[in-house]
Ligand binder design. Structure first.
Ligand code: GYE
Length: 325
C-alpha cells in the first residue's frame, strides 16, 4: 500500500513538473536550438525592421537567438561568425554586407559542421556548399520593375529624352549590383534614356542628401529628369534636399525608389515620389521555418525569394493594400 502511494506521488510530481515546463516553454525542445545571427548594421529603416522581424520570429519559434550587429564592417561580421563557431551554435544566419571575401570563414563553419543560411544578401563563391540556403529578395527583378515603371512613364507622357541619375546602395552588395543590372537591362538599349551619373549613397539617408546636393551642383535641377535610388532612406534624404529648393524643376523630377517603408509610401501617396519598388524586410518567419526544417532533417531549397511587387503613381493609391512597413 505504501509503495502504491509513493508511486502515485512520484507520478503526480513528474506530470506536474512536465506540465509546468510545458507552460513555461511552449516551444518545447526548440529552446535548445541556438541560432547565431550576424546582422550587417543599422543603416536604414529596412534594416531596423529586418532585425526586429528576426528577433520576433525567433522568439515565437522558441529558438535562442544570439545576435551580433556589425555596424557595416565586414571584419566585424567575420569575427561574429567565428565566435558563433567557437560557441558551437546550431545554425548560423547572416546577412553579408558585400558579396566577396567569405570563403575562409564559411569553410571554417563547414568544417565545424554548422549549417549557414544567408539572409537578405548573397555571396560570390566558387563553392556553393559553403551555404545551405539563401532567403531574400530577387534584387534583379526589383531593378527590372524600376526600369519597367520608367518605360511606362515615358510611353504615357511621350517623353523622349530622360536624363537619369542613379544613387546606389553599398558598393558590391547584392542589392546594389542587381538593382543596377535589372534596371539597365530594361532601359539600357532604349535611346530615350541616358544614365548621366551613378553615385554611391551607401544606403544611408545622410548620404542620399549629400549625393543630391552634389548632383544638383553638377547638373542643376533642370539637368536631371529622373532619380533612381536603390533604397528609400537615400531617396528620402534626396527628397529633403529637393523640397528645400524653391525650384519647379526639382518638383518635376521622376523619383523611383526601392524598399517600401511607410515614409516612402506616404510620399508616393502625396505625389512626391513616383514609384516604390517593394522589398520586404520581414524575413524572420521564413528564416525560422528554414531553421525548423534543418532541425527536422529536411532538404532545403537553395534559393528562396519572397513575393514582391511595386506601387506606382499609375495605381489606385487609396487601396488599403498600398501601405509601407
Ligand atoms: O534595400 C536597404 C538596406 O539588403 C535589401 O539594405 C537590403 C537593403 C535595403 O540597407 O534599405
Amino acid at each position: 500500500m505504501r509503495k502504491a502511494i509513493i508511486l502515485v506521488l512520484v507520478l503526480i510530481l513528474l506530470f506536474g513538473l512536465s506540465g509546468c515546463a510545458g507552460k513555461q516553454d511552449p516551444a518545447g525542445d526548440n529552446a535548445s536550438i541556438v541560432v547565431g545571427f550576424s546582422q550587417l548594421g543599422a543603416e536604414s529603416s529596412w534594416r531596423i525592421a529586418n532585425t526586429a522581424s528576426m528577433e520576433q520570429a525567433a522568439k515565437e519559434a522558441g529558438y535562442s537567438l544570439m545576435m551580433e550587429n556589425a555596424n557595416q564592417k565586414q571584419e566585424k561580421q567575420i569575427d561574429a561568425i567565428r565566435s558563433f563557431i567557437a560557441y558551437r551554435v546550431d545554425v548560423i544566419v547572416f546577412s553579408p554586407i558585400v558579396e566577396t571575401g567569405w570563403d575562409n570563414v564559411l569553410t571554417e563553419a563547414k568544417q565545424a559542421g554548422i549549417p549557414v543560411i544567408l539572409m537578405d544578401r548573397m555571396i560570390e563563391t566558387q563553392d556553393d556548399s559553403l551555404y545551405t540556403a539563401y532567403i531574400g529578395a530577387d534584387f534583379y527583378a526589383e531593378g527590372r520593375r524600376a526600369g519597367e515603371y520608367l518605360v511606362r512613364k515615358a510611353d504615357e507622357t511621350g517623353a523622349d529624352k530622360l536624363r537619369i541619375v542613379e544613387i546606389c546602395g553599398t558598393t558590391d552588395s547584392t542589392p546594389m549590383r542587381d538593382r543596377q543590372r535589372g534596371f539597365m537591362d530594361v532601359i539600357g538599349q532604349d535611346d530615350r534614356f541616358t544614365v548621366i551619373d551613378s553615385v554611391d549613397g551607401d544606403f544611408l539617408r545622410s548620404k542620399g542628401e549629400e549625393c543630391m546636393r552634389e548632383l544638383l551642383a553638377k547638373y542643376g535641377a533642370d539637368g536631371i529628369d529622373v532619380i533612381y535610388s536603390h533604397n528609400d532612406s537615400m531617396t528620402l534624404g534626396a527628397l529633403d534636399v529637393l523640397e528645400s529648393l524653391d525650384d519647379p524643376a526639382a518638383k518635376d523630377m521622376i523619383l523611383i525608389t526601392v524598399d517600401g517603408e511607410r515614409e516612402a509610401v506616404d510620399a508616393l501617396k502625396a505625389g512626391r515620389i513616383n514609384c516604390v519598388v517593394q522589398c520586404t524586410p520581414h524575413l524572420g518567419p521564413d528564416v525560422m521555418k528554414l531553421v525548423g526544417d534543418l532541425k527536422d532533417g529536411k532538404e532545403l531549397s537553395k534559393v528562396n525569394h519572397p513575393d514582391e511587387s511595386a506601387f506606382t503613381d499609375f495605381d489606385d493609391l487609396s487601396d488599403p493594400a498600398v501601405e509601407g512597413f
